[in-house]
Write a protein that binds this ligand. Sequence first.
Ligand SMILES: [Ca+2]
Ligand SMILES: [Ca+2]
Ligand SMILES: [Ca+2]
Ligand SMILES: [Ca+2]
Length: 556
Amino acid sequence: MQKKTVTLALFAILLLSMTVLTTTARGADDGEIEASGAAAVAYLASKQSIDGSWGSANQIATTGLVLLKFVVRAQELGLDPFDNDPLSPTYYEYADNTTAGFSYLWSSASDVPIGPQTNGDPDTNVNGKGICFGDSVYYTGIALTALAISGHPDDRSATIGTLGLLTYREIAQDIADWLYFAQGDIGNDRGGFNYDALDNVTERTDNSNGGYAYLGLAFAEDPPFDCTVPDWVRDELNIYIDYIQNDVNGDTNDGGSGYDNPNGWVNILKTGNLIFEMAFYGDTPDTPRVQDAVNYLERHWQDPNTDPGWGYSLAVANYQAKFLVEKGLTYMGITELDTDGDGIDEDWFNQEPPAIPAQDIASVIVQQQLPSGSWPNSDWDGGDGLLSTAWAVLALEGFAPPRELARAPKAVFTESIDTPKVREQVRFDATSSQPGWNHTDIPITEYRWDFGDGNKTTTNTPVTYHSYEEAGIYYVTLTVYAPGTTPDTDTSPAQRKTVSTVPVGGYTVPFSIVTTATALTAYFALTVVGLASTTTVATVATAIYVRRVKRRKDNQ
Ligand SMILES: [Ca+2]
Ligand SMILES: [Ca+2]
Ligand SMILES: [Ca+2]
Ligand SMILES: [Ca+2]
């Protein structure tokens, strides 16, 4: 009897301590998020297969998502994800894991012929090929995301099928080309993605596939990979967004994303994809259809389920939904929404202290991490928990592609003569300059030349001529202007970048080596205060050495 009482008392204490554990919710402060990420990476490193992959089922997807985390962690620590030299200042302890993971991806890649599609030509680099992984949009979108975030466009390379040795940048462009090829072409498929490529055929699309395709493309388009995204691909996406978003007519699905049609299987996971796609297209938080989507998230934020909700209040959340919502909102630049339905917006990512139960992304993930550093199996995991772990730890990351609201033109020019003589006419050609962009090309309207000897000229065509009266080193500057499209330039941070001028007096590089350069600021919309209209600007310069030729030698 007494023994039983003791047992009961122990049981009561145990119950009490469990109660204390569940009601004293931990906040996810920066230190805890860091510790959580470190433990997750250590766990994932221990689970890498001998061939460099991760996972037993969806190996390419799992490997790509895990690599994303390995790369981002290196970058957060200021390290090079591929640097395995312990003596190097950018040494990364998981560099060998990262390298092996990418090697696995390359072994899974194949190059396939791609041809013109109903709405445009997907082959932007005109080699007739695209690169895919397992003929799968999922896999290919994830692999492109991992590649594009790697930070090594030109100094790393891999051999891909019949294409041979390619730089990471070349690989990224051909992966992107394949996705343009795979994009749906006809009817309700337009702008969406199926599991496999839609080559001018009508099949089906869904916004789970689509979300991963556009995730990869958004990262690949931005520096440092700078992949080309044809305007028609975005135009098709715009059509798709309008199709797949549930119409606002007073029902519970208003503003959310459907699966393969606007009215079926609407949930938070796909609405995260939808908001990401809207940002990639160029919508802003003020765009009405974005607000409709955010209203959907708010209405379903506390759904006590993992579909259509994200698992609020459940022991195991839907980590994939959390990852995709985090990406969508971060990329769109939305930091707050009403997570508890009281009409006041809160930080959806990390609330300190968290509510009970926690209703922000970070606190829930930190609370649910297992002692091993992993997370439990969640919806859509293949069974080994690795996808869940990757989704969960990636949802703890605030990374998103830099937001390109507009892009400045790029100034590029060449000269006809490397080392001209005094008074010898030099032809300056800026034909290779690139137009500005704001979801459509903005042509260059002015080329402003500063020849560095006090002479300046402005032309509206790319070619001009100049000669020098004195020998010396001159810094030639070209600034190209493309009329902007955003009227409120004084308030948007991206519009107020200082124009990057050139290294005046800074170069001692021989002119024959330095012929062109791209402005550091070429990826921001720039505003020159004082110009009559909003203008996007890029600047490039080069040093010219004009050699004085002795007259007596000329006379010989
Ligand atoms: Ca290609
Ligand atoms: Ca297609
Ligand atoms: Ca509706
Ligand atoms: Ca609220």
